[in-house]
Unconditional design. Structure first.
Length: 147
C-alpha cells in the first residue's frame, strides 16, 4: 500500500481547491466586480465589469431577466450566426442584414411583423415611457402593445 505523507496530501488538496476557486462562475448582470477586472463578469451573457458592477457591454443593450443576458435593441448590431448568438436581439425582434451608411451588409435588429419600434426604458413594460433627460439612455425595443 502506498503511504502519502499528510503534508503532501494536504498541499495537493489546497492546490486543487485553489484551482477550483479560479474556475468559479463568473459574475452575472448586476453582480459586484473589481474595477478593470476583465475576467470578473461572464462574457457569454454580454456583460463586462463597468464601474465595479457587471453591466451590459454596450450602452445600447438591455438586460433581459428571462434570458439572463444583455440583448441588442432595435437598429443595433446583432449576430446572424445562430451558432454564436453573442449579440442577440430583444424580444419580438430578429437579426437581419441591412445596408449600412456605406451600402455594405450590416446585421442589425428589427421588429418582427405586427410590432412597432418604441423608445423605452424597460422593454417589458407595455405602457409608453415619459423619458426625461435625467433618465438612463432610452432603448428602442418592440413591446407588446398596451391593452
Amino acid at each position: 500500500m502506498l503511504h502519502v505523507p499528510s503534508k503532501l496530501l494536504l498541499s495537493a488538496l489546497l492546490i486543487i481547491a485553489a484551482r477550483q476557486a479560479q474556475s468559479v462562475k463568473k459574475g452575472q448582470f448586476g453582480d459586484q466586480c473589481e474595477a478593470n477586472d476583465f475576467n470578473g463578469c461572464d462574457p457569454g451573457l454580454a456583460v463586462a465589469c463597468l464601474t465595479s458592477t457587471c453591466s451590459c457591454i454596450y450602452p445600447w443593450m438591455i438586460y433581459d431577466p428571462d434570458k439572463n443576458k444583455c440583448l441588442s435593441t432595435v437598429n443595433q448590431q446583432c449576430d446572424l450566426d445562430y451558432n454564436v448568438k453573442f449579440l442577440e436581439c430583444v424580444k419580438n425582434s430578429q437579426c437581419v442584414n441591412l445596408p449600412n451608411e456605406n451600402g455594405e451588409p450590416f446585421p442589425q435588429c428589427i421588429c418582427n411583423n405586427n410590432y412597432s419600434p418604441t423608445t423605452k426604458q424597460n422593454c417589458d413594460d407595455p405602457e409608453p415611457d415619459n423619458i426625461s433627460r435625467n433618465d438612463q439612455l432610452p432603448k428602442i425595443c418592440c413591446p407588446n402593445s398596451s391593452k
